[in-house]
Design a protein around this ligand. Structure first.
Ligand code: GLU
Length: 448
């Protein structure tokens, strides 16, 4: 069997979008699963739409996602060059062969010696291929007009260049978006004209948003560009995992899978025939699972970047490490740590009616006075010591469970719910905690 070779062929017309990333990722998985080569080719013939930095950004974020490739414009390889604008002579050469064979013809521009080259579409032929995703697809040549291979400026059209390149680069399998289905018969005509083998094609379904509408780049509800996910603190491994599930299913129950596991399990026959739903909640969940798996110190360094960006000064490294441990289970993206921090540590301490009523209901004044005394005697204000003080407060006041924990939590954090109380209090610091308890006692007595 021929060695599998796949390619991702972006047009550098913008930054790496979730849809492109999916095409790249599936193409990559396909190659890796069959121990093949993965090639990157830049399709830059739509000169007016190319954007500065588009190619670099695409490659940068494919690397960020964890894709590696054997051949590309920046790496080179035996079938280069890998940018179409650097291959114009090749397209010209093959267009000339078709002209000589009478399979294409020149079409002169009015009052000019410039000409485009059109492909002569065979009459009454049926083009049929076995799509990897959709099964047999059939097209009649009478539905296709003679189409342009080379424009009069010497630049090939996509449908011509893609065939020359896929053939010369020995691509065996092509996975791409469904918008290319109707291009496929045109491409097959060129393969046949040259007598070349036709690769296997697979056209992936569209990605839809939660309203089941095609994900559009203008859709403000969904983050669209991979760069923005990095900026918000999504982890590349989680993005890889999430994107691999957009239109493919591993079959089993477990959906949290490493890159290597996905490569192993990848099965093109499990590519979905119905649109892939972009489920934001699922993405948040998957990312949170990967955050939980991260080493605390690594997560701390990642979190630091977000505090720096928000211009928030953090006491010291150890404090940040504790903060990260406290919130590790509650983060769906690393940048969320700033929000969580602001909610818990940075807001003005105050109590609302409901909280004051709870304190009253639990008769909490004695608990608060006892807790205050025990805490003020502490030399080391650590979560372990604080934990002991909570238990001791319970013993002395003969309380436990909800009345005890709820009273102490409200009096120190101003909230009824939150992460581990001893650690929260350690992070708040002794002075702040004691001030809050004093204030709570005053508020309760109606003293303010
Ligand atoms: N340059 C094309 C695109 O970005 C590639 C299509 C293909 O894979 O054939 O859609």
């Amino acid at each position: 069997m021929k060695k599998v070779r796949t390619r991702y062929a972006p047009s550098p017309t913008g930054f790496l979008h979730i849809g492109n990333a999916r095409s790249a990722l599936f193409t990559y998985l396909y190659a890796k699963h069959y121990n093949g080569d993965f090639v990157i080719r830049i399709e830059d013939t739509d000169v007016l739409r190319n954007v500065e930095g588009g190619e670099e950004s695409q490659l940068k974020y494919l690397t960020w996602l964890g894709l590696e490739w054997q051949e590309s414009p920046d790496k080179g390889g035996p079938f280069g060059p890998y940018r179409q604008l650097e291959r114009l002579e090749l397209y010209q050469k093959y267009a000339n062969i078709l002209l000589e064979k009478g399979l294409a013809y020149k079409e002169y521009r009015e009052d000019s010696d410039k000409f485009a080259i059109r492909f002569r579409v065979p009459e009454n032929k049926t083009y049929e291929f076995d799509d990897i995703v959709r099964g047999t697809l059939r097209f009649e040549s009478k539905e296709v007009e003679d189409w342009i291979l080379m424009k009069d400026n010497g630049i090939p059209t996509y449908n011509f260049a893609v065939v020359i390149d896929d053939h010369l680069m020995e691509i065996t399998d092509v996975l791409r978006g469904e918008e290319h289905i109707t291009n496929t018969p045109k491409q097959m005509m060129v393969y046949e004209a040259f007598g070349w083998d036709i690769p296997r094609f697979g056209h992936m379904t569209i990605i839809v948003n939660e309203e089941r509408k095609k994900l559009s780049k203008r859709d403000k509800n969904v983050i669209q560009f991979i760069q923005e996910y990095e900026e918000a603190g999504y982890l590349p491994e989680a993005m890889f995992n999430f994107i691999s599930l957009l239109g493919w299913s591993p079959g089993g129950e477990e959906e949290i899978l490493s890159k290597d596991e996905i490569i192993k399990l990848f099965d093109p026959s499990k590519l979905s025939k119905s649109p892939a739903m972009f489920d934001k909640v699922k993405l948040g969940y998957i990312n949170s699972r990967y955050i939980k798996m991260l080493d605390d110190n690594i997560l701390k360094d990642k979190a630091k970047v977000f505090f720096d960006k928000a211009n928030i000064q953090i006491k010291d490294d150890n404090w940040l490490l504790n903060l990260v441990k406290l919130f590790k289970d509650r983060m769906s993206y690393v940048g969320e740590i700033v929000e969580l921090y602001n909610n818990f540590f940075h807001h003005e301490f105050s109590l609302n009616e409901e909280e004051l009523n709870v304190l009253k209901e639990f008769n909490s004044e004695e608990m608060l006075l006892t807790f205050e005394k025990l805490l003020s005697d502490l030399n080391d204000f650590t979560h372990d010591a604080i934990n002991d003080a909570i238990k001791e407060t319970g013993k002395i006041t003969n309380t436990k469970g909800k009345p005890l924990f709820m009273s102490l939590r409200i009096a120190t954090t101003g909230d009824m719910h939150g992460p581990s109380l001893p650690m929260t209090l350690e992070l708040l610091g002794k002075d702040e905690v004691l001030n809050r308890i004093k204030l709570t006692i005053k508020l309760q007595r109606g003293g303010l």
